[in-house]
Design a protein around this ligand. Structure first.
Ligand code: ADP
Length: 395
Protein backbone atom coordinates (compact mmCIF):
# COMPACT_ATOMS: atom_id res chain seq x y z
CA UNK A 1 0.00 0.00 0.00
CA UNK A 2 1.12 3.60 -0.65
CA UNK A 3 0.03 6.11 1.96
CA UNK A 4 -1.49 9.08 0.13
CA UNK A 5 -3.03 12.49 0.72
CA UNK A 6 -6.04 13.66 -1.28
CA UNK A 7 -6.64 17.37 -1.83
CA UNK A 8 -10.06 18.72 -2.77
CA UNK A 9 -11.02 22.17 -3.98
CA UNK A 10 -14.80 22.31 -4.41
CA UNK A 11 -16.21 25.27 -6.37
CA UNK A 12 -19.76 26.08 -7.39
CA UNK A 13 -19.72 23.71 -10.35
CA UNK A 14 -16.24 22.25 -10.22
CA UNK A 15 -14.11 19.95 -8.11
CA UNK A 16 -10.33 20.13 -8.41
CA UNK A 17 -8.39 17.30 -6.84
CA UNK A 18 -4.91 15.89 -6.51
CA UNK A 19 -3.47 12.71 -5.02
CA UNK A 20 -0.03 12.92 -3.41
CA UNK A 21 2.11 10.04 -2.21
CA UNK A 22 2.87 10.93 1.36
CA UNK A 23 6.55 11.63 0.92
CA UNK A 24 6.40 13.28 -2.50
CA UNK A 25 5.68 16.87 -3.52
CA UNK A 26 4.77 15.90 -7.10
CA UNK A 27 1.22 14.52 -7.22
CA UNK A 28 0.66 10.98 -8.50
CA UNK A 29 -2.39 12.39 -10.25
CA UNK A 30 -4.46 15.53 -10.42
CA UNK A 31 -7.64 16.50 -12.15
CA UNK A 32 -10.76 18.51 -12.47
CA UNK A 33 -14.45 17.80 -12.61
CA UNK A 34 -16.07 20.64 -14.51
CA UNK A 35 -19.69 21.71 -14.96
CA UNK A 36 -21.07 19.50 -12.19
CA UNK A 37 -24.75 19.10 -13.07
CA UNK A 38 -26.04 17.96 -16.41
CA UNK A 39 -23.01 18.34 -18.66
CA UNK A 40 -20.24 17.37 -16.26
CA UNK A 41 -16.82 16.35 -17.50
CA UNK A 42 -13.92 14.78 -15.62
CA UNK A 43 -10.22 14.95 -16.48
CA UNK A 44 -7.55 13.01 -14.66
CA UNK A 45 -3.83 13.29 -15.40
CA UNK A 46 -0.73 11.57 -14.09
CA UNK A 47 2.43 13.25 -12.80
CA UNK A 48 3.72 13.75 -16.34
CA UNK A 49 0.46 15.28 -17.55
CA UNK A 50 -0.72 12.22 -19.51
CA UNK A 51 -4.46 11.50 -19.42
CA UNK A 52 -5.61 8.65 -17.20
CA UNK A 53 -8.86 6.86 -18.06
CA UNK A 54 -11.69 7.67 -15.68
CA UNK A 55 -14.33 5.32 -14.34
CA UNK A 56 -17.86 5.63 -15.77
CA UNK A 57 -20.41 7.38 -13.57
CA UNK A 58 -22.55 10.47 -13.25
CA UNK A 59 -21.47 13.99 -12.34
CA UNK A 60 -24.84 15.36 -11.35
CA UNK A 61 -23.90 16.57 -7.85
CA UNK A 62 -20.86 17.18 -5.66
CA UNK A 63 -21.19 13.85 -3.78
CA UNK A 64 -21.63 12.01 -7.11
CA UNK A 65 -18.59 13.82 -8.54
CA UNK A 66 -16.50 12.88 -5.49
CA UNK A 67 -17.59 9.24 -5.82
CA UNK A 68 -16.50 9.23 -9.44
CA UNK A 69 -13.17 10.87 -8.59
CA UNK A 70 -12.56 8.24 -5.89
CA UNK A 71 -13.55 5.36 -8.17
CA UNK A 72 -11.26 6.69 -10.90
CA UNK A 73 -8.33 7.14 -8.51
CA UNK A 74 -8.95 3.71 -7.05
CA UNK A 75 -8.90 2.11 -10.49
CA UNK A 76 -5.72 3.96 -11.49
CA UNK A 77 -3.91 3.52 -8.13
CA UNK A 78 -5.31 0.39 -6.48
CA UNK A 79 -2.43 0.36 -4.00
CA UNK A 80 -3.17 3.90 -2.73
CA UNK A 81 -4.48 4.22 0.82
CA UNK A 82 -5.86 7.70 1.58
CA UNK A 83 -4.47 8.72 4.94
CA UNK A 84 -5.74 12.30 5.08
CA UNK A 85 -7.83 14.71 3.03
CA UNK A 86 -7.09 18.41 2.69
CA UNK A 87 -9.80 20.86 1.67
CA UNK A 88 -9.49 24.34 0.28
CA UNK A 89 -11.90 26.56 2.22
CA UNK A 90 -12.30 30.09 0.97
CA UNK A 91 -13.13 31.83 4.25
CA UNK A 92 -11.57 31.29 7.65
CA UNK A 93 -12.94 34.49 9.20
CA UNK A 94 -11.00 36.55 11.74
CA UNK A 95 -9.73 33.60 13.76
CA UNK A 96 -8.27 30.88 11.52
CA UNK A 97 -4.67 31.95 10.87
CA UNK A 98 -3.49 28.38 10.15
CA UNK A 99 -5.03 25.18 8.72
CA UNK A 100 -7.35 23.29 11.07
CA UNK A 101 -8.05 19.63 11.70
CA UNK A 102 -11.76 19.31 10.95
CA UNK A 103 -14.11 18.32 13.77
CA UNK A 104 -17.74 19.27 14.48
CA UNK A 105 -16.75 22.61 16.01
CA UNK A 106 -14.58 23.53 12.99
CA UNK A 107 -17.38 22.61 10.57
CA UNK A 108 -19.80 24.72 12.63
CA UNK A 109 -17.42 27.71 12.45
CA UNK A 110 -16.93 27.28 8.69
CA UNK A 111 -20.72 27.12 8.29
CA UNK A 112 -21.19 30.23 10.41
CA UNK A 113 -18.81 32.07 8.05
CA UNK A 114 -20.89 31.21 4.96
CA UNK A 115 -22.60 34.67 4.89
CA UNK A 116 -19.14 36.19 4.32
CA UNK A 117 -18.60 34.09 1.17
CA UNK A 118 -22.06 32.93 0.09
CA UNK A 119 -20.98 31.95 -3.43
CA UNK A 120 -18.07 29.75 -2.32
CA UNK A 121 -18.29 28.59 1.29
CA UNK A 122 -21.41 26.38 0.86
CA UNK A 123 -19.60 24.41 -1.86
CA UNK A 124 -16.53 23.98 0.33
CA UNK A 125 -18.80 22.68 3.11
CA UNK A 126 -20.49 20.30 0.63
CA UNK A 127 -17.03 18.98 -0.30
CA UNK A 128 -16.16 18.39 3.37
CA UNK A 129 -19.48 16.64 4.03
CA UNK A 130 -19.11 14.42 0.95
CA UNK A 131 -15.55 13.46 1.96
CA UNK A 132 -16.61 12.78 5.56
CA UNK A 133 -19.33 10.44 4.28
CA UNK A 134 -16.91 8.65 1.92
CA UNK A 135 -14.08 8.39 4.50
CA UNK A 136 -15.49 8.27 8.01
CA UNK A 137 -12.63 8.36 10.50
CA UNK A 138 -10.01 9.67 8.05
CA UNK A 139 -8.45 12.96 9.21
CA UNK A 140 -9.69 15.94 7.21
CA UNK A 141 -7.97 19.31 7.21
CA UNK A 142 -9.35 22.72 6.24
CA UNK A 143 -6.92 25.12 4.54
CA UNK A 144 -8.21 28.68 4.42
CA UNK A 145 -7.57 31.19 1.64
CA UNK A 146 -7.76 34.00 4.18
CA UNK A 147 -5.37 32.50 6.77
CA UNK A 148 -2.11 33.79 5.27
CA UNK A 149 -3.36 37.39 5.65
CA UNK A 150 -4.55 37.19 9.23
CA UNK A 151 -1.73 39.17 10.74
CA UNK A 152 -2.20 42.35 8.73
CA UNK A 153 -1.59 45.60 10.58
CA UNK A 154 -4.89 47.06 11.74
CA UNK A 155 -4.90 49.81 9.07
CA UNK A 156 -4.90 47.08 6.40
CA UNK A 157 -7.49 45.00 8.25
CA UNK A 158 -10.28 47.54 8.57
CA UNK A 159 -12.58 49.83 6.59
CA UNK A 160 -13.44 53.34 7.74
CA UNK A 161 -16.90 52.33 8.92
CA UNK A 162 -18.30 52.66 12.44
CA UNK A 163 -16.34 50.24 14.60
CA UNK A 164 -19.34 48.01 15.29
CA UNK A 165 -19.00 46.63 11.76
CA UNK A 166 -15.38 45.62 12.34
CA UNK A 167 -16.54 43.74 15.42
CA UNK A 168 -19.21 42.00 13.30
CA UNK A 169 -16.47 40.76 10.97
CA UNK A 170 -16.61 43.42 8.25
CA UNK A 171 -12.85 43.45 7.67
CA UNK A 172 -10.31 43.23 4.90
CA UNK A 173 -9.57 39.50 4.85
CA UNK A 174 -7.64 39.03 1.62
CA UNK A 175 -7.73 35.79 -0.41
CA UNK A 176 -5.48 33.58 -2.60
CA UNK A 177 -3.62 32.88 0.65
CA UNK A 178 -2.70 29.32 -0.30
CA UNK A 179 -0.98 30.59 -3.42
CA UNK A 180 0.89 33.30 -1.49
CA UNK A 181 1.88 30.80 1.18
CA UNK A 182 3.40 28.59 -1.53
CA UNK A 183 5.30 31.52 -3.11
CA UNK A 184 6.59 32.61 0.30
CA UNK A 185 7.86 29.07 0.95
CA UNK A 186 9.51 28.89 -2.47
CA UNK A 187 11.26 32.21 -1.93
CA UNK A 188 12.49 31.06 1.49
CA UNK A 189 13.82 27.86 -0.08
CA UNK A 190 15.41 29.28 -3.21
CA UNK A 191 16.04 33.00 -2.60
CA UNK A 192 16.25 33.66 1.16
CA UNK A 193 17.55 37.18 0.63
CA UNK A 194 14.51 38.10 -1.45
CA UNK A 195 12.22 36.32 1.02
CA UNK A 196 13.59 38.51 3.81
CA UNK A 197 12.82 41.70 1.84
CA UNK A 198 9.78 43.55 0.52
CA UNK A 199 8.05 41.48 -2.15
CA UNK A 200 4.88 42.09 -4.14
CA UNK A 201 3.32 38.88 -5.45
CA UNK A 202 0.91 39.26 -8.38
CA UNK A 203 -1.39 36.24 -8.60
CA UNK A 204 -2.95 36.88 -12.01
CA UNK A 205 -5.35 34.17 -13.11
CA UNK A 206 -9.05 34.05 -13.73
CA UNK A 207 -9.21 35.40 -10.18
CA UNK A 208 -6.51 37.98 -9.56
CA UNK A 209 -5.01 39.73 -6.57
CA UNK A 210 -1.72 41.06 -5.25
CA UNK A 211 -0.06 40.61 -1.90
CA UNK A 212 2.58 42.74 -0.20
CA UNK A 213 4.93 40.48 1.76
CA UNK A 214 7.58 41.56 4.20
CA UNK A 215 9.89 38.86 5.46
CA UNK A 216 7.59 36.26 3.88
CA UNK A 217 4.47 37.46 5.71
CA UNK A 218 1.47 39.23 4.20
CA UNK A 219 1.08 42.85 5.26
CA UNK A 220 -1.45 43.99 2.64
CA UNK A 221 -3.63 42.56 -0.12
CA UNK A 222 -5.66 44.04 -2.94
CA UNK A 223 -8.59 41.80 -2.04
CA UNK A 224 -10.63 42.87 0.94
CA UNK A 225 -13.89 41.76 2.53
CA UNK A 226 -14.72 39.65 -0.50
CA UNK A 227 -12.89 38.26 -3.50
CA UNK A 228 -14.41 41.10 -5.55
CA UNK A 229 -12.03 43.87 -4.49
CA UNK A 230 -8.79 45.03 -6.07
CA UNK A 231 -7.83 43.99 -9.58
CA UNK A 232 -10.31 43.40 -12.39
CA UNK A 233 -10.62 39.66 -13.05
CA UNK A 234 -12.04 37.30 -15.66
CA UNK A 235 -15.64 38.08 -14.73
CA UNK A 236 -15.31 40.11 -11.48
CA UNK A 237 -15.24 43.89 -11.38
CA UNK A 238 -12.40 44.45 -8.95
CA UNK A 239 -12.35 47.67 -6.94
CA UNK A 240 -15.53 49.69 -7.31
CA UNK A 241 -16.77 52.91 -5.79
CA UNK A 242 -19.52 51.80 -3.35
CA UNK A 243 -21.60 54.62 -4.78
CA UNK A 244 -21.95 52.52 -7.93
CA UNK A 245 -23.73 49.82 -5.91
CA UNK A 246 -26.07 52.44 -4.44
CA UNK A 247 -26.80 53.71 -7.95
CA UNK A 248 -27.53 50.18 -9.19
CA UNK A 249 -29.95 49.67 -6.31
CA UNK A 250 -31.67 53.05 -6.33
CA UNK A 251 -31.72 53.98 -10.02
CA UNK A 252 -31.50 50.64 -11.84
CA UNK A 253 -33.68 48.81 -9.30
CA UNK A 254 -31.32 45.85 -9.13
CA UNK A 255 -31.69 43.54 -6.14
CA UNK A 256 -28.87 41.80 -4.23
CA UNK A 257 -28.90 38.67 -6.42
CA UNK A 258 -28.74 40.72 -9.63
CA UNK A 259 -25.94 42.92 -8.33
CA UNK A 260 -24.04 39.86 -7.16
CA UNK A 261 -24.45 38.26 -10.58
CA UNK A 262 -23.31 41.47 -12.28
CA UNK A 263 -20.21 41.95 -10.12
CA UNK A 264 -19.09 38.31 -9.88
CA UNK A 265 -20.07 36.88 -13.28
CA UNK A 266 -20.61 39.60 -15.87
CA UNK A 267 -17.94 42.20 -15.17
CA UNK A 268 -14.13 42.29 -15.38
CA UNK A 269 -12.51 41.31 -18.68
CA UNK A 270 -15.77 39.74 -19.88
CA UNK A 271 -17.86 42.81 -19.12
CA UNK A 272 -15.40 45.27 -20.63
CA UNK A 273 -14.67 43.25 -23.76
CA UNK A 274 -18.19 41.93 -24.30
CA UNK A 275 -16.32 38.91 -25.64
CA UNK A 276 -14.55 36.68 -23.13
CA UNK A 277 -13.12 36.33 -19.64
CA UNK A 278 -10.10 34.51 -21.11
CA UNK A 279 -6.94 36.58 -21.61
CA UNK A 280 -5.81 34.38 -24.52
CA UNK A 281 -9.03 35.07 -26.40
CA UNK A 282 -8.71 38.81 -25.77
CA UNK A 283 -5.10 38.88 -26.92
CA UNK A 284 -6.07 37.14 -30.15
CA UNK A 285 -9.16 39.30 -30.73
CA UNK A 286 -8.91 42.37 -32.86
CA UNK A 287 -11.69 44.47 -31.39
CA UNK A 288 -11.27 47.84 -29.68
CA UNK A 289 -13.23 46.55 -26.68
CA UNK A 290 -10.88 43.58 -26.18
CA UNK A 291 -7.87 45.90 -26.40
CA UNK A 292 -9.42 48.31 -23.91
CA UNK A 293 -10.21 45.46 -21.50
CA UNK A 294 -6.52 44.51 -21.56
CA UNK A 295 -5.51 48.18 -21.16
CA UNK A 296 -7.70 48.44 -18.07
CA UNK A 297 -6.30 45.21 -16.59
CA UNK A 298 -2.69 46.34 -17.13
CA UNK A 299 -3.39 49.82 -15.73
CA UNK A 300 -5.03 48.49 -12.57
CA UNK A 301 -2.21 46.02 -11.94
CA UNK A 302 0.27 48.91 -12.25
CA UNK A 303 -1.81 51.07 -9.91
CA UNK A 304 -2.11 48.35 -7.27
CA UNK A 305 1.58 47.49 -7.62
CA UNK A 306 2.30 51.06 -6.55
CA UNK A 307 -0.14 50.71 -3.65
CA UNK A 308 1.36 47.41 -2.45
CA UNK A 309 4.89 48.84 -2.60
CA UNK A 310 3.72 51.93 -0.71
CA UNK A 311 2.30 49.68 2.03
CA UNK A 312 5.86 48.40 2.59
CA UNK A 313 7.74 51.68 2.03
CA UNK A 314 9.35 50.22 -1.10
CA UNK A 315 9.85 47.07 -3.10
CA UNK A 316 12.77 44.65 -3.57
CA UNK A 317 11.11 42.03 -5.78
CA UNK A 318 8.00 41.38 -7.85
CA UNK A 319 6.76 37.83 -8.39
CA UNK A 320 4.29 36.84 -11.12
CA UNK A 321 2.14 33.72 -10.76
CA UNK A 322 -1.26 32.39 -11.90
CA UNK A 323 -2.29 31.54 -15.47
CA UNK A 324 -1.70 35.08 -16.78
CA UNK A 325 1.31 35.82 -14.57
CA UNK A 326 3.06 32.59 -15.54
CA UNK A 327 2.26 32.59 -19.27
CA UNK A 328 1.18 35.93 -20.68
CA UNK A 329 4.48 37.46 -21.83
CA UNK A 330 2.95 40.55 -23.39
CA UNK A 331 0.87 41.35 -20.34
CA UNK A 332 3.90 41.01 -18.03
CA UNK A 333 5.98 43.21 -20.34
CA UNK A 334 3.27 45.85 -20.48
CA UNK A 335 2.78 45.86 -16.71
CA UNK A 336 6.50 46.34 -16.15
CA UNK A 337 6.94 48.88 -18.93
CA UNK A 338 5.90 51.92 -16.91
CA UNK A 339 7.26 50.78 -13.54
CA UNK A 340 10.86 51.89 -14.09
CA UNK A 341 10.34 54.46 -11.32
CA UNK A 342 10.26 51.57 -8.82
CA UNK A 343 13.42 49.97 -10.17
CA UNK A 344 11.66 47.50 -12.47
CA UNK A 345 13.24 46.70 -15.85
CA UNK A 346 12.59 43.55 -17.84
CA UNK A 347 15.06 41.50 -19.88
CA UNK A 348 12.97 40.92 -23.04
CA UNK A 349 14.53 37.55 -23.89
CA UNK A 350 14.10 36.22 -20.34
CA UNK A 351 10.50 37.43 -20.32
CA UNK A 352 9.84 35.89 -23.73
CA UNK A 353 11.24 32.56 -22.49
CA UNK A 354 9.15 32.57 -19.26
CA UNK A 355 12.44 32.35 -17.29
CA UNK A 356 12.49 32.24 -13.53
CA UNK A 357 14.17 35.67 -13.32
CA UNK A 358 12.97 38.11 -15.96
CA UNK A 359 14.43 41.39 -14.69
CA UNK A 360 17.47 42.83 -16.44
CA UNK A 361 20.82 42.25 -14.76
CA UNK A 362 21.21 45.84 -13.54
CA UNK A 363 17.62 46.35 -12.37
CA UNK A 364 17.20 47.42 -8.75
CA UNK A 365 14.06 45.31 -8.31
CA UNK A 366 14.19 41.59 -9.12
CA UNK A 367 11.25 40.29 -11.14
CA UNK A 368 10.51 36.57 -11.00
CA UNK A 369 8.02 34.06 -12.37
CA UNK A 370 7.19 31.32 -9.87
CA UNK A 371 4.48 28.83 -10.91
CA UNK A 372 2.16 28.56 -7.94
CA UNK A 373 0.98 25.31 -6.37
CA UNK A 374 -1.99 25.63 -4.05
CA UNK A 375 -2.59 21.87 -4.00
CA UNK A 376 0.85 21.24 -2.53
CA UNK A 377 0.21 23.71 0.30
CA UNK A 378 -3.02 21.85 1.09
CA UNK A 379 -1.31 18.45 0.89
CA UNK A 380 1.52 19.53 3.20
CA UNK A 381 -0.92 20.92 5.78
CA UNK A 382 -3.05 17.76 5.64
CA UNK A 383 0.06 15.60 5.97
CA UNK A 384 1.36 17.52 8.95
CA UNK A 385 -1.94 17.86 10.86
CA UNK A 386 -2.83 14.20 10.24
CA UNK A 387 0.56 13.21 11.66
CA UNK A 388 0.06 15.37 14.75
CA UNK A 389 -3.47 13.96 15.21
CA UNK A 390 -2.04 10.43 15.09
CA UNK A 391 0.63 11.38 17.64
CA UNK A 392 -2.08 12.76 19.95
CA UNK A 393 -4.11 9.57 19.64
CA UNK A 394 -1.02 7.44 20.29
CA UNK A 395 0.05 9.46 23.36
P1 ADP B 1 -7.91 30.19 -12.14
O1 ADP B 1 -7.97 31.47 -11.34
O2 ADP B 1 -9.25 29.75 -12.66
O3 ADP B 1 -7.08 29.10 -11.50
P2 ADP B 1 -5.71 30.37 -14.01
O4 ADP B 1 -4.67 30.69 -12.99
O5 ADP B 1 -5.66 29.04 -14.67
O6 ADP B 1 -7.17 30.63 -13.48
O7 ADP B 1 -5.60 31.51 -15.15
C1 ADP B 1 -6.46 31.53 -16.22
C2 ADP B 1 -6.10 32.75 -17.07
O8 ADP B 1 -4.74 32.62 -17.55
C3 ADP B 1 -6.99 32.90 -18.30
O9 ADP B 1 -7.34 34.26 -18.47
C4 ADP B 1 -6.08 32.46 -19.42
O10 ADP B 1 -6.39 33.07 -20.63
C5 ADP B 1 -4.73 32.95 -18.92
N1 ADP B 1 -3.63 32.30 -19.65
C6 ADP B 1 -3.22 31.02 -19.56
N2 ADP B 1 -2.22 30.79 -20.44
C7 ADP B 1 -2.01 31.95 -21.11
C8 ADP B 1 -1.12 32.36 -22.15
N3 ADP B 1 -0.24 31.54 -22.70
N4 ADP B 1 -1.20 33.65 -22.58
C9 ADP B 1 -2.08 34.50 -22.05
N5 ADP B 1 -2.95 34.17 -21.06
C10 ADP B 1 -2.92 32.92 -20.59
Amino acid sequence: MIQTILTLNAGSSSLKFALFAEDDDVPLASGLVDRIGNEGTIRLRDALGADIATAPGDLASHPAALQLVLASLDAAFPQADIRAIGHRVVHGGPDFATPALIDDAVVATIEALAPFAPLHQPHNIAGIRAAQAAFPGTPQVACFDTAFHRNHPWVNDTFALPRAYYDKGVRRYGFHGLSYDYISGELARTSPQIHAGRVVVAHLGNGASMCAMENGRSVASTMGFSALDGLPMGTRSGQLDPGVVLFLMEQENLGPAEISDLLYRKSGLLGLSGLSNDMRVLEAAETTEAAEAIDYFVFRVQRELGAMAAAMGGIDALVFCGGIGENARNIRARICERMGWMGIAIDPAANEGNSRVISSADAKTTVLIIPTNEELVIARAARSLAASAERTVAA
